[in-house]
Write a protein that binds this ligand. Structure first.
Ligand SMILES: C=C(O[C@H]1C=CC=C(C(=O)O)[C@@H]1O)C(=O)O
Length: 436
């Protein structure tokens, strides 16, 4: 286990009166945000930061977190989801990535779960933390808008990459590989990034709106969630465009439900998630008792339909949510099947570094609980405002390149429209609801 420079953190949580719009408490330039349906945690400052790279980036972070928690002095009488000592995290998709994987313990967290609002203050210098609700900061004048353009993977290159992936599938090297493309742009200097996050959260209220170390987006896919030892995960794979009117939409939903191509793509993803979680089921207690819905359901998002399956179980003794994140990543919803061959194909066929796109993003608590999503429908936005957005799709034997390209366009929509500044209007047009 790598030795970690773990300071003795002190964390104090208090309940506060209803805090209103949480985003008003986030930093305009380097927000730490985890929100769904108005609940969640936002944070500022840095009390401790761990950076990890390479093959062992996730287990190294799990070890580091154990050491940080062991050394910490925590007083949390609120005991709500996300209260107490918490680290936000984001991990690179690939071991070879140049992107840093991070765990970040902020200095101040403002959170809400249902009717409970709370503030956690954290110090690293031995001083007594003084939690109090800071003043809400109105959004800045400069909006976080940008127009994105194709990056290294033009539509022609995307088609060529899919043809090569299909060759690998037809010659028996792979059953499925998820190929992505990227788009690039830049934020105006001094932009208030909370305005972008507000549009993402309002257009996709049932998705996880996230911002960690510049990784920004709104994901429909729960990689894994542990609350009071209960484990849940939502596997998404298989996609169809929404219909233009109610009837066409119902037809699109029915077609997706019966599409052999999409059902196959989905099956690979569920099997990989179940197999990964079962590797942790080696403890003395009765086990995780994992269950998954036998037939996927259709999940309606403002921009598309997905096939979805929920997995549930109980956390084995001695395991934290970061161990589950390590076991699950990368699922076949973002890598492929078999995983090693799919990862090799991604490295060979995508002419860019995915950075933390399709990697795990979320938070971990001192008790090993936490919520992690797959970082989809978003972008890396660096400190200078330079943006790289990503979207991909699962390629299986019966995939069609033109359909796959259109699917990536649909998956770019949340971040592209929020950056254009019109996601709120779009959500209103669509009725703004995400439903099962
Ligand atoms: C890889 C992405 O989506 C994944 C999640 C849901 C459905 C998917 C699909 O149908 O291909 C992908 O597996 C992405 O949004 O960039």
């Amino acid at each position: 286990m790598p030795a970690v420079n773990a300071p003795r953190l002190r964390a104090r949580t208090i309940e506060v009166p209803h805090s209103g719009d949480l985003l008003r408490f986030a930093s305009p330039t380097s927000p730490l945000v985890w929100l769904r349906q108005g609940d969640g945690i936002v944070a500022s400052g840095s009390a401790w930061r761990g950076e990890f790279t390479g093959e062992t980036r996730i287990p190294d972070s799990a070890d580091a977190w154990r050491q940080v928690v062991e050394a910490a002095d925590i007083d949390d009488t609120v005991k709500a989801t996300g209260s107490g000592l918490v680290a936000f995290g984001a991990f690179a998709f690939a071991a070879e990535s140049g992107a840093r994987s991070v765990l970040e313990v902020p200095e101040l967290i403002v959170g809400r779960r249902g009717s409970v609002s709370f503030v956690t203050a954290i110090t690293a210098d031995g001083s007594e933390p003084k939690p109090r609700l800071p003043e809400a900061q109105p959004f800045g004048e400069t909006d976080a808008t940008a127009i994105l353009e194709d990056g290294l993977m033009s539509s022609d290159e995307h088609r060529r990459a899919i043809d090569r992936a299909l060759d690998l599938i037809h010659t028996g090297h792979l059953s499925k590989v998820v190929l992505a493309r990227e788009q690039r742009g830049g934020l105006p200097a001094g932009a208030d990034r909370r305005r972008l996050l507000a549009r993402l959260a309002s257009a996709y209220p049932e998705c996880w709106t996230y911002a960690v170390d510049g990784l920004t987006g709104t994901s429909p896919e729960t990689l894994v969630r542990v609350l009071e030892r209960q484990v849940s995960a939502r596997v998404l794979a298989g996609t169809a465009p929404r219909g233009a009117d109610e009837e066409a939409d119902a037809r699109a939903q029915a077609r997706l439900r019966h599409s052999e191509k999409n059902l196959a793509e989905h099956r690979y993803a569920v099997e990989s998630a179940l197999a990964s979680l079962e590797t942790l089921d080696t403890h003395d207690d009765p086990g995780t008792g994992l269950t998954s819905s036998r037939v996927p359901f259709t999940l309606k998002l403002p921009n598309l339909w997905h096939l979805a399956s929920d997995i549930r179980g109980t956390l084995p003794t001695g395991v934290t949510v970061l161990d589950l994140v390590d076991a699950l990543h990368p699922t076949a919803a973002v890598g492929g099947t078999p995983t090693p061959a799919a990862l090799d194909a991604i490295l060979a066929l995508e002419p860019f570094d995915r950075q933390r796109y399709a990697g795990p993003v979320g938070w971990v608590g001192a008790g090993g609980d936490g919520e992690w999503a797959v970082a989809l429908r978003g972008a890396e936005i660096d400190a200078s405002g330079s943006i790289t957005a990503y979207a991909g799709g699962g390629i299986v034997a019966s995939s069609d390149a033109a359909d796959e390209y259109r699917e990536t366009q649909l998956k770019f929509r949340p971040i592209v429209e929020a950056l254009r500044g019109d996601a709120e209007d779009e959500s209103r047009r669509r009725g703004g609801k995400t439903t099962r």
